[in-house]
Design a protein around this ligand. Structure first.
Ligand SMILES: CC(C)(COP(=O)(O)OP(=O)(O)OC[C@H]1O[C@@H](n2cnc3c(N)ncnc32)[C@H](O)[C@@H]1OP(=O)(O)O)[C@@H](O)C(=O)NCCC(=O)NCCS
Length: 181
């Protein structure tokens, strides 16, 4: 039996990661969403400074069966913060713990790299399983106005709870479009 392994993404993974996102989101949300997420992932990988994007993949044999991207959030205050988005697990591998395993692997790696805060914008029921809790927009401002404020969630990777970060927040260029928020 093949075992799923987790590792950091490498430059040569880009097209396979993009294809995975297109396929998974097309199956779960439809073709338009699949195309949009594929474009987002392509731009994130091609146009973001390497220090501002951290990607991780789940590999089954030679094949990438899961992928996740974290990109930098910049605040007026100097704080190491990343946003988790998007995540995709190959359709036939969903519901077996690969998603939670990959997210936890990525969070551990980021912690070792000195990241202090990770936020995401997604389903609190799912991301609550891997440590994310509701964020107040007054305490941690999102980069854009949120269409679904309940989805703004985060966690501290240090021993201390998240403290408010006053001032504006900005995200990487690939996510700098209100359509994603
Ligand atoms: C969402 C996704 C990343 C989860 O990965 P996964 O490997 O299937 O999930 P896991 O096996 O790690 O976790 C399964 C658990 O999460 C729950 N879960 C899975 N998808 C969920 C969702 N969209 N909302 C709420 N809960 C969800 C399952 O009910 C299960 O709960 P249980 O452990 O109590 O039984 C994956 O299903 C996927 O790629 N979906 C399509 C793309 C997507 O929606 N990505 C997330 C938004 S960026």
């Amino acid at each position: 039996m093949k075992m799923t392994k987790y590792r950091s993404h490498q430059p040569g993974d880009a097209s396979e990661m993009e294809a995975l996102f297109v396929s998974v989101f097309t199956q779960s949300e439809g073709e338009a969403e699949g195309t949009m997420v594929g474009k987002l992932v392509k731009e994130m990988l091609a146009e973001t400074e390497p220090c501002d994007v951290q990607g991780f993949v789940a590999v089954d044999g030679e094949r990438i069966v899961g992928a996740i991207l974290f990109t930098r959030l910049t605040f007026e205050q100097d704080v190491e913060a990343f946003l988790l988005s998007p995540v995709a697990i190959a359709s036939e591998q969903q519901g077996r713990g690969v998603g939670q395993g990959l997210i936890n692997f990525g969070l551990q790696e980021l912690k070792q790299r000195g990241v202090r805060i990770v936020t995401t914008y997604g389903d609190p029921a799912y991301y609550g399983k891997v440590g994310f809790q509701p964020l107040s927009q007054d305490d941690i401002p999102p980069p854009y106005e949120l269409s679904q404020p309940v989805g703004w969630i985060g966690q501290s990777l240090t021993d201390h709870p998240i403290e408010p970060i006053p001032g504006r927040c900005s995200c990487v260029k690939a996510l700098s479009d209100p359509v994603y928020w």
